[in-house]
Design a binder for this molecule. Structure first.
Ligand SMILES: [Zn+2]
Length: 304
């Protein structure tokens, strides 16, 4: 079955590729492909078996090598459910919190989107974990995994290729898509964006949406600060996060895909204003319910 819209594999530097899946909305995530002489190092593995097999076809177009190492950027299944198909024998590497959260989440996404063609997805648990930083090598190419603190989730890893100034951010940045902080932190992500900016990357591959330069950091930070202001105003006025979202003027952010995420982001903003620790777990089903109400009673659109 063809994948629509069709994903693309783009060479960013010798042996370094971005796999970008349009439209970049819910569960339609990007990946990175680092090609070594004898093995591929993959950054994230897509959400479904059909999508992962399609990724494998693209990898086959540049190398016959198997995926030897899979870096999972964070807990969300749209970035790793496909591992069982595209990286069945790979060593799976992730932040230690991501390992815990991935295992406790289990295969939870089909419960939200039962109509997606997931295929026979199965979890692949990370067997190598790290806390702050870890350096991998793809032959002579240095690849740095960096945990910038709680941001999109409690256990995010970015993948930095200093020789080519290429950064794979996972979902710490979103490109042309509304960011999501339901399981992370607004304040933590602002700190993380400063850290990523300081790396001075020239090419940024976000977890969702087209490849950009570092301008995506400012775009995401502007959205974050707007959410923080809205949360403070709404909370002071005694409105619920849903009511604040329903009365908000999205302004320049209206053009971003998946605008209902504002509801979840306001829940996170309210939680932080009430003193809840960064990335503390929120009642996800209730927040998803609010997003459905904001969306006119529809589950958010997912093209996976
Ligand atoms: Zn995510």
């Amino acid at each position: 079955m063809p994948i629509t819209p069709p994903p693309t594999l783009t060479a960013l530097a010798p042996g370094v590729f971005a796999y970008v899946q349009p439209d970049g909305g819910w569960c339609v995530s990007n990946a990175g492909v680092l090609v070594g002489r004898e093995a591929v190092t993959l950054v994230d593995a897509t959400a479904t078996v059909p999508r992962a097999l399609h990724l494998r076809e693209h990898i086959d177009s540049v190398t016959p090598a198997a995926v030897g190492t899979l870096i999972v950027t964070h807990r969300h299944g749209d970035h790793h459910y496909g591992a069982c198909a595209v990286a069945p024998d790979a060593t799976v590497v992730a932040h230690e919190r991501t390992r815990e959260l991935l295992l406790s989440d289990g295969l939870n996404l089909p419960g939200i989107w039962p109509d997606v063609a997931w295929g026979e997805v199965a979890l692949r648990a990370p067997s190598v974990t790290f806390t702050d930083r870890l350096t991998l090598w793809v032959d002579e190419l240095r690849v740095e995994l960096i945990h910038p603190g709680p941001a999109h989730t409690a256990g995010d890893a970015v993948v930095w290729v200093p020789e080519h100034r290429i950064l794979f951010t996972g979902d710490i940045t979103f490109s042309g898509v509304t960011p999501l902080y339901l399981m992370g932190s607004l304040t933590g992500t602002l700190r993380a964006l400063d850290l990523l900016r300081a790396l001075e990357p020239e090419i940024v591959v976000s977890g969702h949406g087209p490849v950009t330069g570092p301008e995506v950091f400012d775009a995401n930070a502007a959205y974050l600060r707007w959410v923080q202001e809205l949360a403070a105003e709404g909370r002071a006025a005694g409105r619920t996060p849903l009511e604040t979202a329903q009365t908000a003027d999205l302004g320049a952010f209206k053009s971003l895909l998946d605008s209902e995420r504002l509801v979840a982001n306001l829940h996170r903003g309210y939680a932080e204003l009430s003193g809840l620790p960064e990335a503390a777990e929120l009642p996800v089903p209730a927040v998803l319910g609010d997003m459905v109400v904001f969306n006119g009673g529809r589950i958010p659109t997912c093209l996976a």
